[in-house]
Design a protein around this ligand. Structure first.
Ligand code: ADP
Length: 398
């Protein structure tokens, strides 16, 4: 069975076509600048050269039409006809409290996803546009929604309720939701597979460290806490997001700097994190290079980032009594031995012992320590698309 996985942003559409007999990637691509001048599809069928299709695309429906054309193209396509796509899996950022699992999409589900727009005003609308475009163009193909928040719906209430007036939770749903759920789920399952142990018996901490970053405590295969919260702003210091700060800082800077709500939101989401501290870049490659050249603020930004991750690992060790497995994933987690080393430095006290030589690995699955009596430390490239395809397959088969 071939499954098309779709991930829509406000002006972008990422896709992968996966043959689930053997979980083989057939084609992948990215549409950029939808609704903006200069829109294009970058399409690659595995084993063939990348093609770039430059054409105006006024909306996601037109973008999807061009993607489907590319997939069935006689030269650069991967399949002969649309009939060879048996199901579509959609990434949806926010499922609120309504969705603790992936679901087959119908009108009722669409209404429920729309009701979650309030919780994710930037993310859910483009996800919905992608689903609507697919439902128009592939009327008879079953579709599944896979939510970033669903994996975290197992978090117990003493970890998800904020110490605010309880009525705010009841009235507006203000609570921790958590994000990157599909990634945390994939790498925790894969970690158990690699170690050949039942996930039910493992306490795992997964560190998804990319532009957005979050840590998750996975006990017996279930998320019991995560660092992101009501929005993806809470928790770790990130590329451009502040993560945890004293909430009193916010009204203070609004007053001192004369900022509006939108402006302070922008400051916390786009001008903070390692970019804000370093004043240089949100990209860890730039920061590592600058720090090596003696740039103090780049070094400080890296230290703050690593310290935050370390503190969450410590917190989750306390929450679960011990950590059997520590996983690093996403752009930084997969590719930066230096960041992994700094995070693990000093964690020997909780049995986390990184082997510096084994740690010199980038972008592939690896075990970073030999001592089997201590916490297993793993690098696992995340694969959210495959996880979405698996969940889609499971529901469609039923
Ligand atoms: P996103 O959250 O946008 O999906 P990614 O998971 O792709 O992000 O991570 C992107 C980040 O990964 C980049 O900003 C960069 O900081 C980091 N990164 C990628 N390659 C390396 C590398 N070789 N060394 C250090 N950091 C890297």
């Amino acid at each position: 069975m071939n499954i098309l996985v779709i991930n829509c942003g406000s002006s972008s559409l990422k896709y992968q076509l996966i043959n689930m007999d053997g979980e083989e990637l057939l084609a992948k691509g990215l549409v950029e600048r939808i609704g903006i001048e200069g829109s294009r599809v970058k399409h690659t069928t595995i084993g063939k050269d990348e093609v770039i299709i430059e054409e105006p695309m006024k909306d996601h429906k037109r973008a999807l039409e061009l993607v489907l054309n590319a997939l069935v193209d006689s030269n650069h396509g991967a399949i002969k006809s649309m009939d060879e796509i048996q199901a579509v899996g959609h990434r949806v950022v926010h499922g609120g409290e309504k969705f603790a699992n992936s679901v087959i999409i119908d009108d009722e589900v669409m209404d429920a996803i729309r009701e979650c727009i309030e919780l994710a005003p930037l993310h859910n609308p483009p996800n919905i546009m992608g689903i609507e475009a697919c439902r128009e163009l592939m009327e008879d193909t079953p579709m599944v929604a896979v939510f970033d928040t669903a994996f975290h719906q197992t978090i117990p209430e003493d970890n998800y309720i904020y110490p605010l007036p309880y009525e705010l939770y009841e009235k507006y749903g203000i609570r921790k939701y958590g994000f990157h759920g599909t990634s945390h789920k994939y790498v925790s399952q894969r970690a158990a597979e690699i170690l050949g142990k039942p996930i039910e018996e493992l306490n795992i901490v997964t560190c998804h460290l990319g532009n957005g970053a979050s840590v998750c405590a996975v006990q017996g295969g279930k998320s019991i806490d995560t660092s992101m919260g009501f929005t993806p702003l809470e928790g770790l210091a990130m590329g451009t997001r502040s993560g945890d700060v004293d909430p009193a800082v916010i009204p203070f800077i609004m007053e001192k700097e004369g900022l509006t709500f939108d402006e302070v939101n922008d400051l916390l989401n786009k001008k903070s994190g390692v970019l804000g501290v370093s004043g240089l870049s949100s990209d860890f490659r730039d920061l590592e290079e600058a720090a090596a050249d003696g740039n103090k603020r780049a070094l400080l930004a890296l230290k703050i980032f690593c310290n935050r991750v370390k503190k969450y690992i410590g917190a989750y060790a306390a929450l679960m009594c011990n950590i059997d497995v520590l996983v690093f994933t996403a752009g930084i987690g997969e590719n930066s031995p230096a960041v992994r080393e700094h995070i693990c430095e000093g964690l020997e006290c909780i049995n986390i012992k990184l082997d510096k030589e084994l740690n010199q690995v980038r972008g592939k699955e690896a075990i970073l320590n030999k001592d089997l009596t201590s916490t297993a430390i793993l690098v696992i490239p995340t694969n959210e698309e495959l996880m979405i395809a698996r969940e889609t397959l499971e529901l469609v088969k039923k």
